[in-house]
Design a protein around this ligand. Structure first.
Ligand code: DP6
Length: 356
């Protein structure tokens, strides 16, 4: 299905002698997207924190087209020509070409690099697809200067979603919602929106320390995992639970109710992995050290009453979340008790913040 509101009627195709460049941040979901319908429509709404220190920076330069292939581009990752992403970018161009007709008119030199080590086990598809989509929108804006900022960001998020679902949340604001939800005004399955409701100041600059438990390649990709939600015995209940967790989260965010926040966030993380454990074929992405870290977090929280909690993405790494006011205690705890469970003792100190 083509969403005609994102197809602009007039198009010039002159070469623009400019390099387009943008940074897009990583995000960590509080309420998880796991399961999708056709055309990257999420099976349930999700909400994420935007991170400030983990990001992808991408540049795109236009050249006259070199050959007759439909899409012509070179992709450089960390300054080296990279063929392994070629198929993914080609598929992405194919999917979005109806919305950006200039894609078949030029040769593109795309250069991308991450602020975090490539081998950290942190997925860069969200920040990478978001950064590329924003660059493509900058080009579109040069062809059609009359487009509004509102249209620019809506379409950037719309395009990013077509590259990777969670990428549509890697822009816009420090808290982003993607997927229709009755309690979130303006929410859409087609793009992310800045979280529109009031958020208590305790959540400002919330700390996210990413504990790198396992930096290896995952055995099951997110795409495969999403697919396994089709016909999953608990899918219906899971999708309903995500809706209800967003309503609960909205209240907790408004009131600064960290206790409820923790309960929702940890339950979401464990449910995500419970879906993996109960898929057919079933799979486990957590590692023994993931569980050891979770146990330590629970013990520390009980003993000290400091509200540290965790979330997980589709992998073994643990995101330790805590309020800015406990930054010092958080780091001391990590160094004393958690670093031993991290691969080569590595972790990344990040925090929640607006887009770069
Ligand atoms: C567990 O966005 O990576 O991180 O749309 O297939 O590219 P695709 O999937 P992706 O899935 C992210 C899953 C998650 C939860 C989340 O970020 O909401």
């Amino acid at each position: 299905m083509i969403h005609t509101e994102f197809v602009l009627p007039v198009y010039a195709t002159k070469i623009l002698d400019k390099t387009y460049q943008h940074k897009a941040p990583s995000n960590i979901a509080l309420v998880k997207y796991w399961g999708k319908k056709e055309n990257q429509i999420p099976a349930n709404p999700s909400v994420s924190f935007t991170l400030t220190k983990s990001y992808t920076e991408t540049s795109v330069k236009l050249f006259p087209k070199k050959n007759t292939t439909t899409y012509s581009f070179d992709f450089y990752f960390e300054n080296k020509l990279n063929e392994s992403f070629r198929a993914k970018i080609h598929a992405y161009f194919e999917r979005i070409a109806v919305y950006l007709p200039f894609l078949s008119e030029f040769h593109f030199e795309i250069r991308s690099e991450n602020s975090f080590p490539h081998s950290s086990g942190i997925a860069s598809s969200a920040s990478g697809m978001a950064a590329l989509s924003i660059c493509l929108m900058q080009i579109e804006r040069d062809f059609c200067p009359e487009i509004s900022d509102d249209f620019f960001w809506k379409k950037a998020s719309f395009l990013a979603r077509l590259g990777s679902g969670s990428a549509c949340r890697s822009m816009l604001s420090d808290l982003v919602v993607w997927g229709e939800h009755t309690d979130i005004q303006g929410s859409s399955n087609l793009y992310g929106i800045p979280y529109p409701d009031k958020v208590h100041s305790v959540f400002a600059q919330y700390q996210d320390t990413i504990l790198l438990i396992d930096k290896g390649q995952k055995q099951v990709s997110s795409s495969q995992g999403h697919n396994l939600m089709h016909g999953h015995p608990f899918a219906k209940e899971r999708f309903e639970q995500a809706h209800s967790n967003i309503s609960k989260l909205k209240k907790a965010l408004h009131q600064g109710d960290i206790e409820s926040f923790i309960q929702i966030i940890e339950s979401e993380a464990l449910t995500l992995h419970a879906m993996m454990l109960t898929s057919l074929p079933y799979f486990i992405l957590m590692k023994p050290n993931t569980l050891s870290v979770i146990e330590r977090i629970w013990r520390f929280r009980k003993e000290t009453k400091i509200p540290v909690c965790f979330t997980l993405d589709a992998g073994a790494n643990v995101h330790l979340l805590y309020p800015k006011q406990y930054e010092e205690e958080g780091i001391t705890f990590i160094k004393r008790e958690l670093v031993a469970f991290c691969e080569n003792g590595e972790y990344i100190c990040d925090e929640v913040g607006a887009t770069l």
